[in-house]
Design a protein around this ligand. Structure first.
Ligand code: NZQ
Ligand code: ZN
Length: 382
């Protein structure tokens, strides 16, 4: 196992009706900026419950944070927060609202142009404290310090990380996810599953605990997904999926092991260019990437095939079948795994390897996925 440091200060408040507990965690005198997305919280019980629970607080609202939150939208919130002297932000939504709120919280006090936080990884020295109410089990943003922000002007999707943007608390009430459209439930399942694989399907470093934790999350997702898809109001299954998604990316699975993240990096470009949902872009890249990297990842793919898909046979057969099973798992939930299934002309994909070449970035746990390999991954994924 490699050396590591682990720090995660996020208080998780999990369970039925936990929104009612928020006043225990926000100072009564704080002026709150309430951030949310396109309005789903007004179609279920969430908005009303939040407003009732916080009836005695001074609240300013900022709705309209879109999926794949845009820098341009978020800067409007920054302006409001500055003018209103906001003390605390409450993000109510999924990964997009939470990520957007992380950026808002970092940008409010930022000395300089907040764009630098994204474009140049400028260090964030302070951030306005915030909490979250999660409404979709997917990204793990509710318990980590990362955010992914899109820029409409440059067509980029950029990642930033800072310890200053850990949420102070996250409310996880599985009932909030009952109203998710099937497509979004599935997106969350696929995203969480791939988060685990990005940290698990790399190389052996003698980390049996992390391996078994990763396998536990994967197995639980596989067992619980059909239950939520069959009955979206199955509380127990929603609760299990929600806790899986949080654990998939609260960084515990990644400690001391070698991580990949190349599927995410390539998929972010697909989303930026062709407006695909985050998870729908990941599912196009992962199978192709695993097939191309199967020798580098052989030991872990073999372990994955045996432990997760109960495969038997030679190492090569198990690896081949394990990748097929992964693709089948996605396809069984109506998730596409070929780029050509979308209206995306193959020649337009060329821009992606060119971008990575220009940035001088190589991806993967061995930093061996260069522009040429990215082109091959995209070609095979088509
Ligand atoms: O905007 P509203 O109206 O709320 O609707 C949302 C949105 O349209 C809807 N929704 C959310 N909760 C709902 C609901 N509809 C009905 N009932 C509910 N309870 O679902 C749609 C998608 O929401 P979004 O927040 O975009 O989904 P998700 O949580 O999958 O977040 C995706 C974003 O997170 C980033 C992605 O890149 C993407 O921008 N990621 C963040 C990560 C992180 N911070 O660690 C890691 C991930 O890999 C990922 O990159
Ligand atoms: Zn993801």
């Amino acid at each position: 196992m490699h050396n590591f440091e682990f720090y995660n200060p996020v208080r998780i408040i999990f369970g039925k009706n936990s929104i009612k507990k928020i006043p225990n965690f926000i100072d009564k005198n704080f002026k709150i900026l309430l951030t949310y997305g396109g309005g789903s919280i007004k179609e279920n019980f969430i908005y009303e419950e939040v407003k009732n629970t916080l009836a005695n607080y001074n609240i300013v609202e900022f709705g309209g944070i879109e999926p794949n939150p845009k820098y341009e939208t978020l800067m409007k919130a920054v302006k409001i927060a500055r003018n209103e002297s906001i003390d605390f932000i409450l993000a109510v939504g999924g990964g997009s609202v939470i990520d957007g709120t992380k950026f808002i919280s970092a940008a409010i006090d930022f000395d300089g142009d907040p764009w630098d936080i994204l474009s140049r990884h400028a260090s964030v020295k302070s951030a306005v404290p915030f909490g979250t109410i999660l409404t979709i089990a997917a990204t793990g943003s509710e318990m980590n310090e990362g955010a992914v922000i899109s820029c409409a002007k440059t067509n980029e999707k950029l990642v930033f990380k800072s310890e200053k943007v850990f949420p102070q608390f996250s409310i996880l009430d599985p009932q909030t996810t009952f109203t998710l459209p099937k497509k979004q439930t599935v997106n969350g399942i696929v995203d969480a599953f791939i988060h685990v694989l990005e940290q698990y399907l790399t190389k052996q470093v003698n980390s049996p605990l992390q391996d078994k934790q990763a396998e536990a999350v994967l197995k639980t997702i596989i067992e619980e997904s059909p239950k939520v898809l069959e009955n979206p109001k199955n509380y127990e299954a929603r609760a299990n999926i929600m806790w899986c998604a949080t654990n998939a990316l609260n960084r515990t699975l990644g400690v001391g092991v070698v991580q990949d993240w190349s599927t995410h990096m390539i998929a972010h470009e697909l989303t930026a260019l062709f407006k695909l949902d985050h998870a729908r872009a990941l599912s196009l890249i992962l199978p192709s990437l695993l097939r191309i990297q199967k020798e580098e990842k052989a030991d872990k793919l073999y372990l994955y095939g045996k432990e997760i898909w109960n495969l038997k046979g030679t190492k090569n057969t198990v690896i081949k079948e394990a990748i097929n099973k992964t693709e089948e798992f996605f396809r069984n939930m109506d998730v596409k795994t070929r780029i050509s299934e979308y209206d995306i002309p193959q020649k337009e994909l060329q821009i992606i390897p060119a971008l990575f070449k220009e940035r001088g970035i190589k991806l993967g746990e061995n930093k061996d996925i260069d522009a040429e390999k990215i082109a091959k991954i995209l070609e095979n994924a088509y």
